[in-house]
Design a protein around this ligand. Structure first.
Ligand SMILES: *Cc1c(COP(=O)(O)O)cnc(C)c1O
Length: 442
């Protein structure tokens, strides 16, 4: 038996608890989302210092699987999984990039970008998927019959699911909205051998289909409605504090679509505080694309009402979601963290992404949304120049080369071209080449 335990619990009524090895996504009694709860009394038998030391000792070391940013915190994440069932690809441990050059431009010098896209499949989705796929392996080894894992995806979830399933020898099925994901996002699940089903609908439509399919067959649902994923993603906050030597930033800004990650980020900070590893909480900002901004609209009404919207096309396609599954968790978290929701239109997000690339990143359009939110809050003087700020970069820019190249070739409709940069064609003649170089840089 493992020493630490966790279980599923209704987010509406803490009396409704379910075993962690049940295949269950919502509370059968209330219909609400579930979350994983931990036996904190047992965890608290060790001191904050003990946990900090343990996490630091394991961090990015080679003793498998504890060098992983997720599994190095296993006791706080999913202690019930036996090591032999863990499917890990050394996720987490991502660079906390000191954005000093860009920070100087804005006047906020204590500015950091957490590069969660520098990961196995190129997005933070790996953090949750390693937990979910490992949990399924554990269930199968306990005798449960699960034939395949499935998800609806705007791209990155399917890449993570198919890679972890391929590594585990499990079957994966992904439902993608036709013509709405990038080439890189389509090719990853194909390469990893997933069954890729392209549906003539949007993400919200794919989400409905996958839930129906999973109800009918022994197919396990891998979307972030599944609270096991949130436990893995929660390690972003723990790792962030660890990288700051257990100091807490004043602000953390994250782009949000289905709103699992903002919920996870908050859950991680709350656990750190409850366990005594940190003494205060940061403020959280959720950044949405104006074309898919149901949470922003709700924020304008102090979260008193929430209405799903029909998401319009956005360059930030991973957050093109009008009816976010985790909205209730996200609102709960934002209230606790004195949270703010900001939005970015298409021009703002593309310009912000290009502007920051000029200081050395290669960031994705969702990161552009978060950067826009950051600049808006600095302008409003809500974020102060002396504040310590972390922007969560959710995916690697190389997954979005079509967005990048179209920006630089000025082929995006309605987008200004302040920072675009195109190749210069010159004859292969040294004099002509020197002339061009003199005109441009010398
Ligand atoms: C999934 C994803 C998001 C949104 O995360 P949610 O948990 O759905 O809010 C943001 N950026 C990228 C790159 C993603 O893949």
């Amino acid at each position: 038996m493992h020493k630490y335990s966790c279980w599923f619990q209704s987010i509406e009524n803490p009396d409704y608890k379910y075993n962690i090895d049940e295949v269950i996504y919502r509370c059968p009694k209330t219909g609400s989302l579930l979350e994983v709860e931990h036996d904190l009394d047992e965890l608290k038998k060790e001191t904050p210092k003990y946990w900090k030391n343990l996490f630091d000792l394991r961090y990015r070391k080679q003793s498998w699987p504890y060098g992983s940013g997720v599994w190095g915190k296993k006791e706080w994440v999913v202690p019930f999984i036996e090591d032999k069932n863990i499917v890990s690809m050394y996720e987490g441990g991502t660079n906390l990039f000191w954005a000093d050059k860009y920070g100087k431009q804005v006047g906020v010098e204590d500015l950091w970008i957490k590069m969660c896209g520098n990961s196995h499949t190129g997005s933070f989705k790996d953090l949750g998927m390693t937990v979910l796929v490992s949990a399924v392996k554990q269930l199968i080894s306990n005798g449960k019959e699960i034939r395949a894992l499935a998800c609806a995806s705007t791209g990155d979830t399917s890449a993570a699911l198919s890679a972890y399933c391929a590594s585990a020898g499990l079957k994966s099925i992904v439902f993608l909205p036709k013509n709405k994901v990038s080439i890189a996002q389509l090719v990853q699940p194909l390469a990893n051998g997933a069954t890729v089903v392209s549906l003539d609908t949007d993400f919200d439509g794919c989400m409905k289909i996958v839930q129906e399919v999973c109800r009918r067959q022994q197919i396990y649902l891998a979307n972030s409605i599944n609270s096991l994923r949130i436990e893995g993603q929660k390690t972003i906050s723990i790792e962030l504090c660890q990288q700051f030597d257990w100091q807490i930033p004043d602000w953390v800004i994250i782009p949000g679509g289905n709103l699992g990650n903002i919920s996870a980020l908050g859950k991680g900070f709350l656990m750190l505080k409850e366990m005594g590893l940190i003494s205060k909480l940061p403020r959280l900002v959720c950044a949405q694309a104006e074309n898919a901004n149901p949470l922003y609209q709700s924020f304008l009404n102090d979260f008193e009402i929430f209405n799903p919207v029909l998401a319009k096309t956005t360059l930030a396609n991973a957050i093109q979601i009008g009816d976010p599954v985790s909205v209730n968790k996200a609102i709960k978290i934002l209230k606790v963290f004195d949270g703010i929701v900001e939005q970015a239109n298409e021009d703002e997000l593309a310009t912000a992404s290009a502007k920051v690339d000029l200081t050395g990143t290669f960031n994705c359009p969702h990161t552009g949304v978060a950067i826009t939110a950051f600049e808006k809050l600095v302008k409003k003087n809500i974020i102060k120049k002396s504040d310590k700020v972390v922007i969560i970069s959710t995916a690697h820019g190389l997954k979005f080369v079509d967005f990048k190249i179209n920006y630089h070739l000025e082929q995006l409709q309605g987008i200004s071209n302040q920072f675009s940069n195109h190749p210069i064609e010159v004859e292969a003649d040294p004099d002509k080449v020197m002339k061009v170089l003199e005109d441009n840089i010398l």
